[in-house]
Write a protein that binds this ligand. Structure first.
Ligand code: LLP
Length: 400
């Protein structure tokens, strides 16, 4: 049992709480599924980039999947070994590419032919060889929310098979590029295995045809995307996932890299918010809380469902919109959600908030971002202090 009330009292609200033991259990279940195979779990830092969270996964042997040089720095700072750090993303600045090459990370994932040229040019300037991988867009419908679907030609991510092949041949002929991997990621919050298997088969076939022309790659990166249960979704079992990928590879000798984010952190995280007041507009019931879309934007942005638990209040539940103080009608944590009558200072726990929660937060309406707390072996500790007004104006005040 997590002592939510004690945590809210100690650290104040709104507050993010992460159960590090639950994160470890998720990590280990996935690692176990790939046991006996060469594999790297590269935690997708974007899901929850708190340094202590990244350090926690690093201590379990995790690598890191990063999408900006800032994330690469976080991963290295948190103790992820450089040989397990990957740098992906559809648009990388020259300075980011340069720093990634100089940091000697495992590889840079390329997402276009133009990017290959930039990386080659920068590696030449540095008089070195850049290790690269290419993100293939297998044109598979992952059957998830369109905002987080990434493996269709309509999406901006990756390159077509034919372009990927051209790029590998070009890289082979370049003294500044060293192709070590191949990558795909078809989307996030995936709840069906079939599209992942189909994508893996397509990319494994490309691997075979590259091998036939003497281009041998070491890493087969299957991206992230494993879905979790927010409400009643059926999810993919880690073992079935691993077996499907290995079946697609049918004996090809590669190290499998997997980039889970949500799977490792979502259900280990809670967002605590306090009731400010109830109000009624005509027939419509609202409860106004101290947390808002700037803290947790998933409901507003994707219409995402997060279970909300009311602590301590019994009473008969009726439908209510749980809304924050931000000046937008889109500022809600839930709509028509059944909750009992609530009073000032009652505590609500928003579940499954450990992935894409704090990290997608903002300072909109000059609201400081929440504190973050870790809970491990029954002990809690602060891992990010609450932002103060001074923090919010720190980069502006000197220009006044
Ligand atoms: N690898 C790549 C290349 C990715 O683009 C992503 C996520 C991951 C791994 C990790 O995916 P995961 O295992 O967490 O599904 N903000 C959205 C999710 C965006 C996902 C972006 N890419 C949300 O709140 O649902």
């Amino acid at each position: 049992m997590i002592p939510f009330k004690e945590l809210a009292q100690t650290y104040g609200t709104p507050l993010y709480v992460y159960d590090f033991d639950a994160m470890r259990a998720q990590f280990e279940s996935l690692k176990e599924a790939f046991r006996g195979r060469k594999s790297i779990l590269a935690y997708a830092v974007k899901a929850n980039s708190n340094l202590s969270v990244v350090k926690h996964f690093a201590s379990l042997g995790s690598g890191a999947d990063c999408v900006s040089i800032g994330e690469v720095r976080r991963a290295l700072m948190a103790g992820v070994p450089k040989y397990r750090v990957i740098f992906s993303g559809v648009g990388k600045r020259d300075d980011e590419i340069r720093e990634a090459i100089e940091s000697d990370i495992l590889y840079i994932n390329l997402e276009s032919e133009a990017e290959l040229e930039r990386v080659e040019m920068i590696a030449q300037e540095l008089n070195t060889k850049a290790r690269i991988s290419i993100r293939v867009n297998p044109n598979i419908d992952p059957k998830t929310h369109p905002y987080i679907s990434t493996g269709l030609h309509d999406n901006k991510f990756g390159v077509e098979i034919t372009a990927a092949k051209r790029m590998y041949i070009r890289a082979k002929n370049s003294p500044y590029l060293d192709s070590v991997g191949i990558h795909f990621h078809i989307g996030s919050q995936l709840t069906e295995l079939e599209p992942i298997y189909e994508a893996a088969v397509i990319v494994a076939d490309l691997l075979r045809s590259l091998s036939a022309i003497n281009i041998e790659l070491k890493f087969f990166d299957i991206g992230g995307g494993l879905g979790v249960r927010y409400k009643e979704e059926t999810t993919i079992e880690p073992y079935a996932y691993a077996q499907a990928v290995l079946a697609a590879l049918k004996g090809i000798d590669v190290t499998v890299i997997c980039e889970p984010g949500r799977f490792l952190t979502a259900n280990a995280g809670y967002f605590l918010t306090k009731v400010l007041y109830e109000k009624q507009n005509g027939q419509k019931r609202f409860v106004v809380v101290d947390g808002a879309m700037n803290d947790l934007i998933r409901p507003s942005l994707y219409n995402a469902y997060h279970r909300i638990e009311s602590l301590g209040n019994e009473g008969e539940a009726s439908a209510v919109d749980v809304v924050g103080p931000v000046c937008e009608s889109g500022d809600f944590l839930a709509k028509n959600y059944p909750l009992p009558p609530l009073e000032h200072n009652d505590l609500l726990v928003v579940h499954s908030a450990g992935a894409y929660g704090f990290g997608m937060g903002s300072n909109y309406n000059t609201r400081g971002r929440s504190a973050e707390v870790a809970l491990e072996n029954g002990v809690h500790r602060l891992i990010r202090r609450r932002e103060s007004f001074d923090d919010l104006i720190a980069l502006e005040r000197e220009y006044l």
